[in-house]
Design a binder for this molecule. Structure first.
Ligand code: SF4
Ligand code: SF4
Length: 309
């Protein structure tokens, strides 16, 4: 049997899709950006760290076809997920481009049937940090940033290693909105973005360094992220700053957890993820912040020798 013939037969069993992607005029989400691709990275919600569907693309494509064919609309019973794959994950369109939840309310006339896989409310509650950041953006910046994902299929789009937008969202919605605004709606492909903004090829963890970059951009604008020499200078500065903080910090096991302090969230991420400070009291954290803010200003005034800012 030829491959074409077998896929025709398989498609006969795929139920008629119901709309799941946002209606025209409604907000674009990171989960369902358009009619060519969707994200299914968090299905099922419990899986090994660093697991990515794209590593098992062919096997999963077969499972998705089987799930979609076997799915019975109108079922109510609970059938818990066993192993690493959810029986309710399937194809949502005839062309098999969109992958998502067959129990989602968008597929079932508004009725949420996701309880049927036995995860309680976990499926309907779950939203990743990147999707949350994306929701903070207005419509135009969302469109601007989604250009980085043009041409990706659902497997590549769902992969944090392949889809560059996941990494970019780690820098935070505020910075992304600022860059989109500075670009004035001009269209930027993945390649032209990498060429225009060489800073973002840095191996530094975006979430850990978002506070520092945001402070610099607030003072000097997004132009510094375009400058070729900035990335290297920033990485050297970042190492120097961590050494300065270490000299001024004493660990106290009874201090509150860093993430619980009522201070700027991005600064707390910097303390935790870049400086490795997991416990600190407010007074000490404020002292660290003073050092960081002062060093940022100094770097922009003197560290950027020959820099065009
Ligand atoms: S991993 Fe994030 S973007 Fe992807 S489906 Fe889950 S919540 Fe949406
Ligand atoms: S029930 Fe739906 S949302 Fe939950 S893991 Fe399965 S496919 Fe994903």
């Amino acid at each position: 049997m030829s491959h074409d013939r077998s896929s025709q037969i398989r498609r006969k069993h795929i139920p008629e899709p119901q709309p799941l992607i946002p209606e025209p005029g409604s907000k674009i989400t990171l989960c369902f950006p358009d009619s060519n691709k969707s994200c299914f990275a968090c299905c099922p919600p419990i899986r090994p760290a660093h697991y990515e569907h794209i590593q098992y693309k062919n096997i999963i494509k077969r499972v998705l076809r089987e799930n979609t064919s076997a799915f019975t609309r109108g079922g109510q019973g609970v059938r818990p997920i066993t192993g690493m794959s959810c029986w309710a994950l399937g194809y949502l369109d005839k062309e098999c481009k969109l992958i998502g939840c067959l129990l989602h309310p968008g597929r079932n006339r508004g009725k949420d049937l996701r309880y049927r896989v036995g995860f309680g409310e976990k499926c309907s509650r779950e939203i990743c940090p990147e999707a949350r950041e994306f929701l903070k953006l207005e419509k135009e910046p969302r469109r601007f940033w989604l250009q980085l994902t043009d041409g990706l299929d659902s497997f590549s789009y769902s992969s944090r290693k392949v889809n560059p937008l996941f990494k970019m969202l780690g820098w935070g919605a505020e910075l992304l909105a600022e860059i989109a605004r500075a670009e004035g709606g001009v269209s930027l492909s993945r390649d032209s973005f990498s060429l225009s903004y060489p800073f973002f090829s840095t191996p530094l963890n975006p979430k850990a360094h978002a506070y520092i970059i945001e402070s610099m951009v607030k003072r000097k604008g997004t132009g510094l992220l375009r400058w070729q020499g900035f990335r290297q200078r920033f990485e050297v500065f970042s190492r120097y700053l961590l050494v300065s903080l270490e000299k001024n910090f004493s660990y106290c096991p009874d201090a509150p957890h860093t993430h619980r302090l009522d201070l700027d969230r991005r600064f707390l991420d910097y303390l935790r993820l870049a400086a490795g400070i997991t416990r600190i009291d407010v007074a000490a954290a404020l002292k660290m912040k003073e050092i960081v803010d002062r060093e940022v200003v100094k770097f922009l005034e003197t560290g950027g020798f020959n820099a065009p800012w």
